[in-house]
Design a protein. Structure first.
Length: 185
């Protein structure tokens, strides 16, 4: 995948992304071909393969870019609280809602989970480097499932709660203040 800073190349990558997302608005994901994307972007197949291996890679790239922007926002804050993290996470999902709606409408939620797991793993290693790699992976699996499925439900809900309510809900769940288990013995 291209890693350089050539403005022409970066523009070509954006044209491919925009062409693909536009096609997803009108065509089922399974019916979109690399040829379709290249024709819509007015670029060659070779240009496509300079940036992406598959259609999935376009979506993964877009999602990763959103998460990395979120991480940059979080790095600018210090000290960082759990509510800062959940608010920024929800803000990122809301800011990119058109793309996320496309992903969900095409039944590609697993791609959201793949990149979310990657970002949570990176974040966990930075926040808790003393926790072993094995434990981090279990924690990452737990958080990825919880956050991804909550956000997917939020996007599918015909009467969703507000962004602020979702951020507060995530904060309460993750801090252990949502479910109260009472010992009745």
């Amino acid at each position: 995948m291209y890693e350089g800073n050539n403005p022409t190349a970066l523009n070509s990558r954006e044209w491919l992304i925009n062409a693909f997302l536009a096609l997803m608005e009108t065509k089922p994901y399974s019916k979109i071909t690399v040829k379709d994307i290249c024709q819509k972007a007015d670029l060659s197949r070779q240009t496509f393969y300079n940036f992406f291996e598959t259609k999935d890679n376009i979506i993964l790239f877009c999602i990763k870019r959103c998460y990395l922007e979120m991480m940059d926002e979080l790095k600018a804050r210090s000290p960082l609280s759990l509510s800062d993290i959940t608010e920024e996470c929800v803000k990122t999902f809301h800011k990119n809602q058109n793309m996320i709606h496309l992903i969900i409408s095409q039944n590609l939620e697993y791609l959201l989970e793949i990149e979310l797991a990657s970002v949570i793993q990176i974040f966990a290693e930075q926040v808790n480097p003393e926790i072993g790699d094995h434990s981090n992976k279990y924690g990452t699996a737990f958080l990825t499932g919880a956050i991804a499925h909550t956000v997917i439900y939020w996007f599918k809900d015909t009467q969703p709660i507000s962004s602020e309510q979702l951020a507060e809900l995530l904060t309460n769940i993750l801090s252990g203040n949502y479910y109260v288990i009472k010992d009745t013995l």
